[in-house]
Design a protein around this ligand. Sequence first.
Ligand SMILES: NC(=O)c1ccc[n+]([C@@H]2O[C@H](COP(=O)([O-])OP(=O)(O)OC[C@H]3O[C@@H](n4cnc5c(N)ncnc54)[C@H](O)[C@@H]3O)[C@@H](O)[C@H]2O)c1
Length: 253
Amino acid sequence: MDLGFKGQVALVTGAGSQIGFGREIALSLAREGCAAVGVTDINLDDAKLTCEAVKALGVKSIAVKADVTNKAEVEAMVKEMISNLGDIDILCNVAGAIMSNGPFEEQDPAVWTKEVALNLFSPMFVSAAVLPCMRKKGKGAIVNIGSGSSHMYIHGVGVYAQAKGALDVFTKQLATAEAKNRIRVNCVAPGPAPTNFIKAPDKQAVIEFLKKELPLGRATSAQDIANATLFFASDVSIDISGQVLHVSGASVM
Ligand SMILES: NC(=O)c1ccc[n+]([C@@H]2O[C@H](COP(=O)([O-])OP(=O)(O)OC[C@H]3O[C@@H](n4cnc5c(N)ncnc54)[C@H](O)[C@@H]3O)[C@@H](O)[C@H]2O)c1
């Protein structure tokens, strides 16, 4: 199946983690024919590693440092991406993290503010910075990485799940607002997967645990998330916008 990525320019946030979803999405976009894949992360050294891996596939790339919770840094990063790679066709908002845990009365509200900034406001900042060039082209695809946690009711997850639930709403609102410009906005909602997101040092033990716990009997992989993201990023899903797709071993239906 031709995903129609030939000549397209993509931007992936949170692409630094070497076992994370962002890197796998960036590499998959490169493998499937994008002309350029820009990668950004708060950790520039890690983003550079992903950038080199994209370039090794013969695809143009640059790595730019940005804290995506900082609007000014986001605007400067997007400007640098566009001036080096060209107007952006595909945006994947991947950066995110869980920061607070346990009973909410015992959590620090200052951490909640950071958690909401990262998981809700940052995709809004990056989308706002990228939208003008997509509107100019009259076409674009934005894929937000949400979370199954906003659809599961696990004790102690708290503000992270609330922010990701709000990201689902943002996805639908932006999809509605931008439909007239043929800009599609969708969300991939992963279940637990053994990236750096899960702090346990023994990732193999996490995989074995997930195999036992998840209905499909397997641990969700970064490639699973990349596959769903590329579906929404490509013209294969040309008639689909405002959707949340769960990729979580049948743990959310
Ligand atoms: N892995 C899971 O179990 C899981 C489950 C559901 C949802 N998710 C979501 O998937 C997305 C990707 O997570 P992952 O699993 O690849 O985790 P990861 O920790 O491996 O990668 C996240 C990346 O985001 C970057 N980042 C964090 N804060 C940033 C900031 N302020 N500015 C710029 N970059 C920043 C990190 O440096 C890192 O490279 C996140 O949005 C996460 O919430 C993950």
